[in-house]
Ligand binder design. Structure first.
Ligand SMILES: Nc1nc2c(ncn2[C@@H]2O[C@H](COP(=O)(O)OP(=O)(O)OP(=O)(O)O)[C@@H](O)[C@H]2O)c(=O)[nH]1
Ligand SMILES: [Mg+2]
Length: 160
């Protein structure tokens, strides 16, 4: 059991990793039922204890890669976040293997993406090592039921 994992089976602690503007912070706001508003993440933020939000630069810049693996030590699960509308991906094949943790993938912005873009995003996440995929839109509020159930959030804490 990871040291942060709760004995009472509360929500798993996740670290969100993805390039800048992938939608990590917006997803945190949606999950914690806050109003969605844009603000650039400058440093690691822990939201409601169980969501570790990281700046996109941690993935994009080689200089920060060490910080990412150190920060990930506090998480139970790695969440790779891929914007469906991004042309390509920042994740390289087997990216998740640098963390000795289970990794899952979340596709964001499905509300403004084509089916083809969503399929490409899923493929990138699988290649990066995600063992499970969720397709979401924080703006439309879709795709979160399965994702939050998987993370162990009780139903009453979720948005209707
Ligand atoms: N249409 C749409 N836009 C979204 C969605 N999620 C995020 N966005 C927009 O994408 C932009 C970037 O979102 P953020 O959540 O700040 O991105 P981030 O991954 O936290 O970026 P960094 O903090 O720079 O690493 C914002 O303008 C959001 O409104 C979504 O599901 N649908
Ligand atoms: Mg952010």
């Amino acid at each position: 059991m990871a040291k942060t994992e709760k004995a009472n089976g509360g929500p798993k602690r996740v670290i969100l990793i993805g390039r800048s503007t992938a939608g990590k912070t917006t997803m945190c706001q949606y999950i914690s039922q806050e109003d969605l508003h844009y603000h650039k993440t400058q440093t690691v933020q822990v939201i409601n204890e169980n969501l570790i939000d990281t700046p996109g630069e941690y993935l994009e810049s080689r200089r920060f890669r060490g910080s990412l693996t150190t920060t990930a030590a506090d998480a139970d699960i790695i969440v790779l976040v891929q914007d469906a509308t991004e042309n390509g991906t920042m994740f390289w094949p087997a990216y998740s293997s640098m963390f000795a943790k289970p990794a899952i993938g979340v596709v964001t912005k499905s509300d403004i993406a084509t089916e083809k873009q969503i399929e490409a995003a899923k493929k990138y996440l699988l290649m990066a090592g995600a063992s499970k995929l969720f397709v979401t839109s924080s703006v439309a509020g879709t795709g979160f039921d399965d994702f939050l159930e998987y993370l162990g959030y009780p139903k009453r804490e979720r948005n209707a």
